[in-house]
Write a protein of this length. Structure first.
Length: 220
């Protein structure tokens, strides 16, 4: 199977976590795009969606799925999203598509985070994928210097402006063996909006697309 077929398989597999009549939290990215397509087949069974990006909102609306403002929603049963890396502890790096801040906000509201990935995203230690950090534009160089003190090599993702009007620093050369600690340290730098480390709020379920089918992992 191709990588795209594996993404399609997990996008489809996520449907079984959708409760009829519920409002669904929807992430961003190429894997989630397959989930959105699959969700289209259930559009008359769900109430609406809350989206983590303008790109996903557009796709959802094109399929006739209503998209609500998160401020009008008290809770979500599930949030379905991809990841750039996920480890055995269900900690993730996200933000390859620059949607990390809204993703983290919608995930915070959801009872369960369903992570959908192909097997290439499974890693023993996070950090090979450069860690995205969203920053207030005027703080970019200051934050970069502070991130370097933590052992990383930040590179500005030039030309990219997030849905929130901010910039992204991609932090290379990190070996993240204490993800929660690093997440807190980065969040503590003035000018940081969010880091793409999802450790304090990791995944509850991981659906992993492999050549032998979709594997399910759940936190205990
Ligand atoms: O900002 C983007 C998101 O965090 C994505 O969920 C992540 O980059 C994975 O994307 P993809 O499914 O395209 O590999």
């Amino acid at each position: 199977m191709t990588q795209d077929e594996l993404k399609q398989a997990v996008g489809q597999a996520a449907l079984k976590y959708i409760t009829p009549g519920s409002i669904v939290g929807v992430g961003t990215g190429s894997t989630v795009n397959h989930f959105i397509t699959a969700l289209g087949s259930m559009k008359d069974d769900i109430e609406a969606a809350v989206s983590s990006s303008e790109a996903s909102t557009t796709r959802l609306r094109e399929l006739g799925i209503q998209v609500l403002d998160l401020n009008d929603v008290d809770e979500l049963d599930v949030y379905v999203d991809g990841a750039d890396e996920i480890n055995e502890q269900m900690e993730m790096i996200k933000g390859g598509g620059a949607a990390l801040t809204r993703e983290k906000i919608v995930a915070a509201v959801a009872k369960r985070f369903i992570c959908i990935v192909d097997e290439s995203k499974l890693v023993p230690v996070l950090g090979k994928f450069p860690l995205p950090v969203e920053v207030i534009p005027m703080a970019r160089n200051y934050v970069a210097r502070e991130l370097a003190k933590l052992g990383g090599r930040p590179i500005w993702r030039g030309g990219v402006v997030t849905d929130n009007g901010n910039h992204i620093l991609d932090v290379h050369d990190l070996t993240i063996d204490q993800a929660k600690r690093l997440e807190s340290q980065i969040n503590g730098i003035v000018g940081v909006v969010t880091s793409g480390l999802f450790a304090h709020r990791g995944a509850d379920v991981a659906l992993i697309g492999t050549a032998n089918g979709v594997i399910t992992r759940e936190t205990e």
